[in-house]
Design a protein around this ligand. Structure first.
Ligand code: RAT
Ligand code: ZN
Length: 417
């Protein structure tokens, strides 16, 4: 067949790598923001070094108290992390390696280990241009933000008429509503919603009015929540009731997926703040019950525990209203990305979004996508080699189509369904 991808192993690997490397991705879950959100968008060397993944790692070596650490300025924290994790020890962890990949791809020489010189380089950038620069280097075409109406810094930007930015899309994040109902009721009441903690009166209709208002204001693609490992459904508690009586009807009416991310144990060590969350194995019966009972709803899911990954993939074989995405947080390390990517492709083919960056610092999209693309290319090369061994030929156009699918096309098709 003409235009068939290479059959020779080395040529095949090179071709797949080239396509995976050059295909623009839709980064469907990040913690990045468009410029009008101001300081909410983190970027540059000090934010890279004080990423909460690195804060968790640096405390392994420090004798400093948590309070002492948090009383340092961001620059001082970055100095300490650089010295401890990069100079006193070799930076082999994935989060440390990520900083170096990012600097290297930005064209900076990491050999001199000169932090002040690195700071000087970053100082010349303005966020608006730097966003384009990082997106180009990472070959990210669209970034989906995580947008919370409960965030006091973010909310005013929406209320003051944020008009959008073609590089960014939005997702409505509602953790406080579902996992902290009692404390959220007074907040909703203050904003003019007629809600009652015991779900009396018009409470559910009012929660739906809240969801509709913010979905529209944010032009949100999906509604999202992260959940503890013991999340159960059906359940008579506030979370179960709100999902059933407000979130799912809302999502059906507006044709929005409900993104559920189970497995996080918030603040197992509060002293570490944002770095203090842990992981637990989830009971995925809850998700299965939702997918089975609400076949007119669409569910987007990534699960934090490695132990849940196989059953999640099997569930996606049973429920076409379930779309799996990304290797989330503690699973975003090369060994697990490889294992999960292989398993997903083997069990559900290409109807999956293989990765999202979860970047909290803009520049991280460079390393997160670089590292993931390396693994994805390796796995796909093996799969096409297996096909070639049977005599099946894949064309160049088919290879490109497949890669588009797993880097965002499949997600967009799921949204459009
Ligand atoms: O990966 C992270 O940065 C975590 O802190 C969480 O934000 C997680 O991704 C989430 O969206 O809850
Ligand atoms: Zn996240």
């Amino acid at each position: 067949m003409s235009n068939a991808v290479a059959v020779d192993r080395a040529a095949l690997a090179a071709q797949v790598k080239q396509v995976v490397t050059s295909t623009p991705v839709y980064d469907i879950h990040t913690h990045l923001y468009a410029p009008p959100f101001g300081d909410l968008l983190l970027w540059g060397i000090d934010d890279l070094l004080t990423y909460h993944y690195l804060i968790a790692e640096v405390f392994r070596y420090l004798d400093l108290s948590y309070d002492q650490f948090w009383s340092l300025s961001k620059t001082e924290q970055a100095d300490l992390i650089w010295d401890t994790l990069f100079i006193q020890h070799s930076p082999v962890s994935e989060a440390c390696r990520g900083v170096l990949t990012t600097l290297n791809r930005l064209g900076l020489d990491v050999k001199p280990r000169d932090l002040p010189a690195l700071r000087q380089w970053f100082a010349k950038w303005q966020p608006a241009d730097y966003i384009d620069h990082c997106m180009e280097l990472a070959r990210v075409k669209t970034i989906c933000m995580t947008n919370s109406p409960f965030d006091p810094l973010e909310r005013p930007v929406w209320e003051q008429g944020y008009e959008g930015d073609s590089r960014f899309t939005s997702a409505l994040r509602i953790d406080p509503l579902l996992v902290d109902w009692q404390n959220t009721v007074p907040q909703l009441a203050e904003w003019g919603y007629d809600v009652d903690a015991g779900f009396g009166g018009r409470t559910m209709a009012e929660v739906r009015r809240f969801l509709a208002h913010w979905s529209k204001r944010m032009n949100a693609l999906y509604v999202m929540v992260s959940l503890p490992p013991d999340f159960a459904f059906p359940d008579a508690g506030p979370c179960g009731r709100l999902i059933e009586e407000a979130v799912l009807p809302h999502c059906r009416e507006h044709n929005m997926p409900f993104a559920m991310m189970p497995g996080v144990k918030r603040l197992v060590n509060p002293g570490l703040r944002l770095a203090g969350d842990g992981v637990g194995r989830s009971n995925l019966d809850a998700l299965q019950n939702l997918c089975a009972e609400y076949q007119d709803n669409k569910f987007l899911t990534t699960v934090l525990s490695r132990e849940n990954q196989h059953e999640l993939d099997v569930m996606a074989r049973k429920f076409r209203n379930l779309h799996i995405f990304g290797c989330w947080w503690f699973t975003n390390i090369p060994s697990l990305v490889e294992e999960m990517t292989r398993m997903r492709v083997e069990l559900i083919g290409l109807s999956v979004t293989l990765q999202h960056s979860d970047a909290r610092v803009l520049d991280q999209i460079i390393y997160k996508w670089d590292h993931s693309r390396q693994v994805i290319a390796r796995v796909l090369t093996d799969k096409y080699a297996d096909l070639a061994a049977t005599g099946w030929q894949v064309t160049d156009a088919e290879l490109q189509r497949d890669v588009n699918d797993v880097l965002g096309g499949s997600f967009e098709a799921f949204l459009a369904r």
